[in-house]
Design a protein around this ligand. Structure first.
Ligand code: SF4
Ligand code: SF4
Length: 155
């Protein structure tokens, strides 16, 4: 369905017991109703229902913390699988608006969180040195190389 190489070993997923330890251990699933890594494995790998998953905003709730695979009885690389799904969705432009805003902020400022006058004052109070200005042109080049050129140009 895509030339993108899989970032996980598909054969490992055929060992999935559907025991749900991954979902039960997942911090995102605890707070976001409907987020369910076990179900995504079932649908994508075992049932082949890929289209619906690639359109879902839910997949972007994974923080890639890897607790799921640490607890999985087979050590299955669930976060690698979810990162792959996010990459495929991004290739199709299926990105939530908040993620797009974050990409543009990184492209413009080199940071994922804006530095404000408050940030500057607090750093001074704590005796921390001033933040250096990142090379945003280099960052934009990296984002373009990562295939995000179209998204950087979108307004
Ligand atoms: S913990 Fe592992 S075996 Fe259990 S459902 Fe999740 S991926 Fe499958
Ligand atoms: S890597 Fe993603 S799916 Fe796994 S526990 Fe963390 S948030 Fe949940």
């Amino acid at each position: 369905m895509s030339g993108t190489p899989e970032l996980f070993n598909r054969k490992d997923f055929y060992l999935c017991l559907q025991c749900a330890i991954c979902t039960g251990s997942c911090p995102a699933a605890r707070v976001i109703e409907g987020f369910n890594p076990r179900e995504y494995i079932l649908k994508y790998i075992l049932y082949g229902e890929q289209e619906e998953l690639l359109k879902s905003d839910m997949i972007w709730c994974c923080t890639t913390c890897q607790i799921c695979q640490e607890r999985c009885p087979h050590g299955i690389d669930i976060s690698g699988f979810l990162i792959h799904i996010m990459n495929l969705a991004a290739e199709r432009g299926n990105l939530p608006e908040e993620i797009l805003k974050e990409i543009r902020l990184i492209a413009e400022t080199g940071r994922s969180i804006k530095s404000t006058a408050h940030t500057v004052r607090v750093r001074e109070e704590l005796g921390l040195k001033a933040l250096e200005q990142p090379d945003t042109e280099e960052i934009r080049n990296i984002l373009r190389e990562a295939g995000l050129k179209g998204m950087l140009d979108q307004k």
